[in-house]
Design a protein around this ligand. Structure first.
Ligand code: UDX
Length: 491
């Protein structure tokens, strides 16, 4: 019997915003009877062990195993330099192919099934940027599905990057194109993305370098998904209806499973599956956030966090600090140890000192890292100032919390466009951060009429998200379809 059990090997890209969604997919497949092998890179494995307090954090069930493969990069994900980290993540995609293909092949071959060991591998689910996994799976004749951890709108924009390059829109002719209105050009030929402007597409087009690594990697890996047997996205159909329809026309085997945390909850209630940790953190969680939130009034707090990769200069940090102080609103601000660019060490103590001096009575709480989903779900939180990373955006949708978007990297501009224009849950903060804009937008979001409108829309999308994830909802149905297709191996 064991030999016939479906066996999924899952391979995330190392990175906070990538590992957790992949773990959630792994957990969902496990609950549907799959034997699971979850493959980590060594540095990622070490960071998680460090922040989670020991090997128990990675102790799997007998049929949910972790495997470690070498790093594609020399710098671990907790490197002090975030810009270096970003480069490494991207460069890593090429390096991974060189260093990880053979170990992955070994893992897949070792699990051919037979004997008393694990069942033979029946499918590979890989992060779309770890595209070497597709080559290995193809070589061994194992079906492989790409899991793209960004939004559907982000994916679709990136899928057409090659065509943008081909048509001469990117890279930019020269630096002037960044400021002369060129980025406001509307692109009318991407299906499902009416009115999209160049500035709303991936930040990687904002380069003049014909060999830009980010642009090339993103364009190539996204297009390479064409060769995969299917595509998994962490979104739900109602949220990105036109976009998922357009993607579905290109990828007949499209599985929208979002919001994954909500789907996990619904699935757990319906299947009574055993628990496997699906929340790994590269940094230690700050204690005290919940107690501080408990002491605030309902809906009064603006939560501020820029995800795991964003860096800012000391000057921009200062503008945010003054803007939050001037807003007069309570705030919980995540200041990561590596958040300020150019070295300079951990900015948190000086931010804490600033907050103590300017915001008497404990109006601000500064954390190094927090349990974001819990924070967003806390009744005291009424708004989120975010960089617009997809996980953060979707987590705010799940919590029904409106956002101020400050996009900068990758598809964050696209997420911001959809949050502000399509879903009506957000406002954008310009790239050039000025304290008066921060304070004005925070006041408006937390107390103004505009904020109220966004809050109502956010509440509506929260319900939609729950419906999609509930038994019989679109994401739940897609999970059933995915499990069935993967078990049968028919693509
Ligand atoms: C990156 C890209 O920036 C993003 O655009 C892309 O969609 C995915 O990869 P990141 O910048 O880290 O990810 O942002 P995001 O996708 O929002 O992921 C951050 C994750 O860290 C979220 O799941 C969030 O809950 C978690 N987080 C953040 C915490 O748990 N605690 C914190 O204090 C801050």
């Amino acid at each position: 019997m064991a030999g016939r059990r479906p066996h999924a090997v899952l391979l995330p890209l190392p990175g906070q915003g990538h590992i957790n969604p992949m773990l959630q997919v792994a957990k969902l497949l496990h609950s549907r009877g799959f034997y699971v092998t979850f493959v980590h890179t060594r540095s990622s494995h070490r960071s998680i062990l460090r922040s989670s307090g020991g090997p128990d954090a990675l102790a799997g069930l007998e049929d949910f195993r972790y495997e470690v493969i070498p790093d594609g990069v020399a710098v671990p994900p907790t490197s002090r330099s975030s810009s270096k980290k970003k480069q490494q993540v991207s460069k890593g995609c090429v390096a991974y192919a060189a260093t990880c293909s053979a170990p992955l092949r070994e893992i897949l071959l070792a699990r051919r099934g037979g004997g008393g060991g694990p069942p033979g591998v029946t499918c590979v689910v890989y992060n779309w940027l770890m595209s070497f996994a597709l080559d290995v799976a193809e070589e061994l004749g194992i079906p492989a599905l790409a899991f793209c951890t960004m939004s559907a709108c982000g994916f679709l924009g990136s899928y057409f990057l090659e065509e943008l390059i081909h048509k001469g829109y990117a890279p930019l002719k020269d630096e002037k194109y960044l400021t002369n209105g060129y980025l406001d050009t509307t692109i009318d030929w991407i299906p499902g993305m009416r009115g999209i402007r160049l500035r709303d597409l991936s930040s990687f087009i904002r380069t003049t370098d014909a060999d830009d690594f980010f642009l090339e990697t993103e364009a190539t890996c996204t297009k390479k998904c064409d060769r995969a047997q299917g595509l998994i996205l962490n979104t739900f159909d109602r949220l990105e209806a036109e976009v998922t329809e357009a993607i579905g026309a290109i990828f007949p085997k499209l599985y929208t499973l979002g919001p994954l945390p909500a789907l996990l909850q619904a699935n757990h209630a319906a299947t009574d599956s055993p628990s496997v940790s699906t929340r790994f953190n590269y940094w230690e969680q700050e204690r005290g956030c919940t107690e501080w939130l408990d002491a605030q009034s309902p809906g009064s707090v603006i939560y501020v966090s820029f995800g795991s990769l964003t860096t800012l200069t000391a000057e921009v940090l200062d503008e945010f600090a003054w803007g939050l102080a001037d807003s007069g609103r309570p705030f919980l601000w995540v200041v990561r140890p590596d958040m300020v660019a150019g070295g300079g060490g951990n900015a948190r103590p000086s931010v804490e000192d600033f907050v103590r001096r300017t915001c008497g009575g404990g109006r601000g709480f500064v954390a190094g890292w927090c349990m974001q989903e819990e924070v967003l779900a806390h009744p005291s939180v009424g708004g989120f100032l975010t960089h617009g990373g997809w996980n953060s955006t979707l987590e705010s949708v799940c919590a029904g919390v409106p956002v101020i978007c400050w996009p900068g990297f990758a598809e964050q501009h696209t997420n911001c466009r959809y949050a502000c224009e399509e879903w009506g849950v957000g406002v954008e903060l310009g790239r050039e951060v000025r304290r008066e804009d921060v304070s004005r937008l925070v006041k408006e979001l937390m107390g103004g009429e505009g904020g109220e409108r966004l809050r109502k829309n956010a509440a509506k999308w929260k319900e939609e998200a729950q419906s999609a994830a509930a038994v019989g909802g679109s994401s739940y149905e897609n999970l059933e379809r995915l499990a069935k297709d993967l078990s049968s191996g028919k693509f």
